[in-house]
Each structure stands twice: as structure tokens, then as C-alpha cells.
Ligand binder design. Structure first.
Ligand code: AMP
Length: 582
């Protein structure tokens, strides 16, 4: 394979016709080892993501801008790679001074501010495992994740600390809370043991420091939802950087002079793999935009900062489409060279809208928390196949398999599976080896998605094989929501499904039955809704709650969400032989 085929500027390369006949055999046999020499490495063969993303460029190109931060109150801060090196060294020295050691878990619960990025890379330099959390989470998801991981340190803001103050006494492993007071607020209600980031950083040593981690050492963990049980911490190794670097070039067409903008929050894996590791291992300048979605504000960012590569998600694209195709035409978006999408299926209308609005198509690609990096993509160098997720990247062999784990004929639906061994593959679910093992069957990693493959090797998403809900690109485990619902005194049982939604793909819908003595009413419905929102995050909490006298259950007592969904959508109920008498 000629690796250069992936790094040609997309404007030219869109005209290049791929060699479809040879695609599978030549690309799947690509040897990852051949890319190892493109990493910088540390003396003695150690590998640390912070060196590849920050120090390496600070040494070779110190004044190059790494990050332009656009705060939600209109602030702007610029950090060169040299600034990033200094600040991350200081933060690593702070952590080491607190006694944090290799393998310790350090969590970040904060908005998308520069200190979030500094603390993640400082944590990696200290050899600890970083755990960024979505700042919209309520206390329950934060507690579950910190408890499960045994986190020893938490970096947060005064407001967010206040939101979770009730759970802190339950976190027996947590030794340090570091407060980043970006807005300069009065911080008096904080606990006397809390450390103020500005104080500890002002006296921290700038001495260069980096733990000599091996490529197999753990670097970062993200909690992800499954069908049963609470979310599981998928843990990644430093080695993942190899694939994050390579796919930054292959699937996002990153070149060193690009200005790149990834709209994902680092609480989700896209916000770290492609909002930190891929761009910075490629030495690219990136925009960090703290604000939420507003079509005009987004176009202003592209225009003002001359964004050339943009990675976003189908829900955002649909919201932009809703704002109209004339709107982007009022801005100068000519800097855009490559635009890509991930997280949910991107329908052909979305791809075509990219051409209407910006003159270039959105390139869909597929991956998940566990895969750590993109595995299937529509490449810059090849024509986009609208509605398809693309084809496996070099060195990755995917397949569509049946219930016995055998590949099905081309064109047939089945489980999407991948041969294990790609560099950014997760390496464990924290503390849950048997669940990790269960994801591998007969030499395949089972993704949990269903899909089909066409005769040219393109993969087409069909759906989830389980009950996990995808709302605006965020996976929500029904169990987590049901657990929060049944904590309300009126709720006896709860079943949660994903209800199709034109904008967010799915929204969370809950069915609840009430304890005796409680009456179904709109007021109670609103109260339960408020209660759950207070515990979870607005994105995860149910958008709709319906009362139901009793929930359909299997004879062994498991709620049949599949049946709730079929009934909601007016679809056939399928096999109900295990249904308990209703
Ligand atoms: P997460 O682990 O939260 O990143 O979610 C991964 C899941 O999102 C996948 O297993 C899919 O169900 C879905 N997903 C990601 N990318 C795509 C895509 N391009 N098309 C369809 N679904 C996708």
C-alpha cells in the first residue's frame, strides 16, 4: 500500500478513483509496525502520549500555536506548543508532589477550558490515567464513575464542585480535589482541603518531567454504556496514539498547516481521541470552542479562524440543515477543505448538504469508545459513498458475522465485528475482566452494532444489536436511567427505550409504573422528570415519561425493553415466548 494515497490534499484527491479491486487484501495487510518510526518515542523505547502530542512539537516548533480557546463568554486565549509544555510539566509536578503515582486515576469534571487540556496531559506526564467526564453530568453519573475507578484526584470548577458536593463523602478513594476557578468567582463555600489550581500552579516547578511509560501502560479511560449494569470504564494504552496519529492523516486528512476544529466534548471519546490526540500528535493547531450549538456562532468560528478541517456529528449537521442552506453562504467558509462526521448514521441528505453549503461532502466514519480510534472511514482520497460509513482503515479487518460468528455473504445484515489487534483497541473494562472477555468471540471483537457490507467493501450501519440508546451521538445505557428513576419514591418499576427523533436520532423515553397510593398525573410526571434531571444530565435524562400499569417482563423478571419499543412504534412484537403473563 502506498500510505501517501491518504495524505493528498482532498480537493485533488477527491478526483482520484480508488482501486476497489485490491482494496481488502492490500489494506488489511498493512503492517502497523511500519508506522512506529513516525512516533518520536522516549529514551529506552518508552512511549507517552504527552510527549508525542506536546513535548515533541514544543522542542521542534515551540512557537507554533497548539490551541486557540474560545470561551463561552467571548474570551480568547492562545497557547503555543511551548506554553502547553510548560503548563503540563507544571501540572505533572503538582500531581507528583501530591503523591500521585503511575497508574493512579485522575478525573476531570469541568467545562471545555484550557486547564482541562493541561490537566489531561499533565496527568499523562505523571504516568497516571486520565478520566475526563462530561460537565453536564449530575451527581449520580459522577459518583458511579469515580467510585468504580477508585479515582484519587478530581479536577473541577467551583460550580461543578457545588453540584456534586453531596456525593464527595461517599468517595473514599478520593484524596485531592483541585479547583479551577476560571471565572474568578468567590470560592469561599469550598472545603478547606480543596486545592486551588492557580495557587498550586503558581509555585509549581517548570522542570521538564515525564514518566517513562511503556506503550502498554494505561493512559486514559472513558465510561461507556452497555445494555446491562452501570457504564463500564474502557481503558486505553499509550500505544493508541499510533492509530490516533495515523487516522488523523488518513481519515481526517490532517496536514501540518491545518486549523482543525472538533466539536466533541472531551467527556466523550471523540473529544479526546480527535479533540486532543489525533490533531496534536500531527502537530496541528486546533480550535477549542467552549460554547454550545448556535449555527451563526459556528459559522463565525469557521470564518474568523479559517478552519480547514472540521469534525462534527450528524445531530449538529441536522441542526445546521434546519437553519437553512443560505445561512452558511453569508459567511466565508472557503477555508474548509475537509469535513467529517461520526457518532450516528449520516444520511445521504447530510452528505449532499455539505456540498450545497460548503462545496464539499461530509465524510462519515465509524468507531466507538472501545476502538479508541476510527476503524472505518470514507477517505479524503476517495469518493464518498453517501450513507455508508466507509471502508476499514489499513491494518483493520472488519466483517459481518452471524450468530455463530461466521461471516455472512456480501449484502446480508449481521453483527459488525473486527479482528482484534489494532493499536488503539481498549485493553480492559476497569475491574471487569469477564465483561471484557465477553466482547471477543471466535477471533472477533463484537462491536454491538449491526451492519452490512456491499460488494465494494463499504459498510452500511443498520442499528444497535442491544438496547443501548444513541441520542445526539451519546450512548445512553437504559439501566443507568432506570436506576435513577426507581429512586423516586413514587416509581415502582421503570423501562427505558430510545424513541426515534428527527433531530437527535433517538431520545430517551421512560415507561414507569407507580407504587400503590400514587396517582398518575401530569404534575407527578413533571416531578419525576425534574428528579431524574437533577441526578443525571439533561442529555441522558428521559425526554418523555409515560405511566404504565405494569411493565412487560420475561419470566425471569427482566424488563422487555424490546417489547416496549415495538409497542411504542406500532411494530410487530416478535418472539414473546419468554413474556411473563401480563
Ligand atoms: P461511543 O462509544 O459513545 O463513541 O458510541 C459508539 C457507537 O456510536 C457505535 O457503536 C455506533 O452504534 C454509533 N456510531 C458511531 N459512529 C457511527 C457512524 N458513523 N454511523 C452509525 N453509527 C455510528
Amino acid at each position: 500500500m502506498d500510505p501517501d494515497v491518504f495524505s493528498k490534499p482532498s480537493v485533488d484527491s477527491l478526483k482520484v478513483k480508488p482501486n476497489l479491486v485490491d482494496y481488502d487484501s492490500s489494506y488489511a495487510n498493512f503492517a502497523w509496525e511500519s508506522l512506529l518510526s513516525e512516533l518520536d518515542w522516549l529514551p529506552g523505547g518508552s512511549l507517552n502520549k504527552a510527549h508525542e502530542c506536546i513535548d515533541r512539537h514544543a522542542l521542534s516548533n515551540p512557537e507554533k500555536v497548539a490551541m486557540i480557546w474560545l470561551g463561552k463568554n467571548g474570551e480568547e486565549e492562545t497557547y503555543t506548543f511551548s506554553d502547553m509544555k510548560r503548563e503540563t510539566d507544571k501540572f505533572a509536578n503538582v500531581l507528583k508532589g501530591l503523591g500521585i503515582e503511575k497508574g493512579d486515576r485522575v478525573f476531570m469534571f469541568m467545562d471545555r477550558v484550557p486547564e482541562l487540556y493541561i490537566s489531561v496531559f499533565g496527568t499523562l506526564k505523571a504516568g497516571a490515567i486520565a478520566g475526563p467526564l462530561f460537565s453536564a453530568f449530575g451527581p449520580d453519573p459522577v459518583k458511579d464513575r469515580l467510585q468504580d475507578s477508585g479515582a484519587v484526584a478530581l479536577i473541577t470548577s467551583p460550580d461543578l464542585r457545588k453540584r456534586i458536593s453531596g456525593i464527595l463523602p461517599d468517595l473514599t478513594d478520593l484524596k485531592h480535589v483541585i479547583i479551577i476557578n476560571k471565572l474568578g468567582r468567590e470560592t469561599s463555600p469550598l472545603d478547606e482541603h480543596d486545592l486551588l489550581y492557580d495557587d498550586i500552579m503558581s509555585t509549581a516547578s517548570e522542570e521538564s518531567t515525564i514518566e517513562q511509560t511503556s506503550m502498554h501502560d494505561y493512559s486514559i479511560m472513558h465510561y461507556t454504556s452497555g445494555t446491562t449494569g452501570k457504564p463500564k470504564g474502557a481503558v486505553h494504552r499509550h500505544l493508541a496514539i499510533l492509530q490516533q496519529y495515523a487516522t488523523g492523516k488518513w481519515a481526517l486528512d490532517l496536514h501540518k498547516d491545518d486549523v482543525y476544529w472538533c466539536t466533541a466534548d472531551p467527556g466523550w471519546v471523540t473529544g479526546t481521541s480527535y479533540g486532543m490526540f489525533a490533531p496534536w500528535s500531527n502537530g496541528v493547531t486546533q480550535i477549542i470552542y467552549e460554547g454550545g450549538f448556535r449555527a451563526t456562532a459556528w459559522y463565525e468560528v469557521i470564518q474568523k479562524y479559517r478552519v480547514s478541517v472540521w469534525y462534527t456529528a450528524p445531530t449538529a449537521i441536522r441542526m445546521l440543515m434546519k437553519a437553512g442552506v443560505d445561512l452558511p453562504k453569508r459567511y466565508d467558509t472557503s477555508s474548509l477543505r475537509f469535513i467529517a462526521s461520526v457518532g450516528e448514521p449520516l444520511n445521504p441528505e447530510g452528505v449532499a448538504w455539505g456540498v450545497d453549503a460548503f462545496g464539499i461532502p461530509f465524510h462519515d466514519n465509524w468507531w466507538q469508545t472501545e476502538t479508541g480510534a476510527i476503524l472505518i472511514a470514507n477517505y479524503a482520497a476517495q469518493e464518498v459513498r453517501s450513507g455508508s460509513m466507509g471502508r476499514p482503515i489499513p491494518g483493520v479487518k472488519a466483517g459481518i458475522i452471524d450468530e455463530e460468528y461466521n461471516e455472512v455473504p456480501v449484502g446480508e445484515e449481521g453483527q459488525l465485528a473486527v479482528r482484534p489487534g489494532w493499536p488503539s483497541m481498549f485493553h480492559s473494562y476497569w475491574g471487569n475482566q469477564s465483561l471484557y472477555n465477553s466482547r471477543f468471540k471466535k477471533g472477533w471483537y463484537i462491536t454491538g452494532d449491526t451492519a452490512r457490507k456491499d460488494e465494494d467493501g463499504f459498510y452500511w450501519f443498520v442499528g444497535r444489536a442491544d438496547d443501548v440508546i444513541n441520542t445526539a451521538g451519546h450512548l445512553v445505557g437504559p439501566f443507568e436511567v432506570e436506576s435513577a428513576l426507581i429512586e423516586h419514591p413514587a416509581v415502582a418499576e421503570a423501562g427505558v427505550i430510545g424513541k426515534p427523533d428527527p433531530l437527535a436520532m433517538e431520545v430517551v423515553k421512560a415507561f414507569v409504573s407507580l407504587h400503590q397510593g400514587y396517582e398518575q398525573s401530569d404534575e407527578l410526571r413533571r416531578e419525576i422528570m425534574r428528579f431524574v434531571r437533577g441526578k443525571l444530565a439533561a442529555a441522558v435524562a428521559p425526554r418523555e415519561i409515560a405511566f404504565i400499569d405494569s411493565l412487560p417482563k420475561t419470566r425471569s423478571g427482566k424488563i422487555m425493553r424490546r417489547l416496549l419499543k415495538a409497542r411504542e412504534l406500532g411494530l410487530p412484537e416478535g418472539d414473546t415466548s419468554t413474556l411473563e403473563d401480563e
